[in-house]
Design a protein around this ligand. Structure first.
Ligand SMILES: C[S@@+](CC[C@H](N)C(=O)[O-])C[C@H]1O[C@@H](n2cnc3c(N)ncnc32)[C@H](O)[C@@H]1O
Length: 153
């Protein structure tokens, strides 16, 4: 099994407990001061995303359970949320974020959007957002960082 296969399998198996980890509940509980630091960092990332105001057609890579999709969905005209894991997409879909949020199960290393979005978002334990330059909009297959960018992680 390749490293990427392993990574996909790992997240597929972990989807059901991912939010428990994110909210530091149950076996992921932190000491009060660590929890405070974590919540402060999350609040900063969420504020940064709100200030960025990701409008237009937003493509979210590795959307997971939707912890960031829900914020993108508040600003974007449309969101296309892509993830390799069907279980992660099921959790995300269960949030019922609206008809303007669509899902695609795909390996982001192999998939290319038919129509370039106006904003890309990719997040792991934080959030990265960047808008493609005009040359990227007109045909580049994968995003590189340029144009307006806000990051927090
Ligand atoms: C650390 S989780 C982050 C989820 C979400 N972005 C968040 O911050 O809550 C990583 C996500 O990447 C997805 N993923 C891993 N490898 C992938 C790949 N090759 N193509 C698409 N998604 C992938 C996993 O299924 C998982 O949902």
């Amino acid at each position: 099994m390749s490293l990427l296969d392993e990574q996909r399998a790992y997240y597929e198996a972990r989807a059901g407990e991912y939010d428990e980890w994110w909210y530091r509940q149950g076996r992921y509980a932190l000491a009060p001061d660590e929890r405070e630091r974590w919540l402060t960092a999350v609040a900063f990332a969420e504020r940064t995303l709100d200030e960025f105001r990701p409008s237009g057609d937003v493509l979210e890579f590795a959307c997971g359970t939707g912890l960031w999709t829900r914020h993108l969905a508040r600003h974007a005209g449309t969101v296309l949320a892509v993830d390799a894991s069907p279980a992660m997409i099921d959790c995300n879909r269960a949030r019922r974020l609206g008809d303007h949020v669509r899902y695609r199960q795909a390996d982001i290393f192999a998939w290319a959007p038919r129509r370039p979005p106006s904003t890309w978002s990719s997040s792991a334990t934080g959030c990265r957002m960047f808008q493609p330059s005009s040359s990227q909009r007109s045909g580049t297959r994968s995003p590189r960082r340029s144009g307006r960018a806000d990051e927090s992680s």
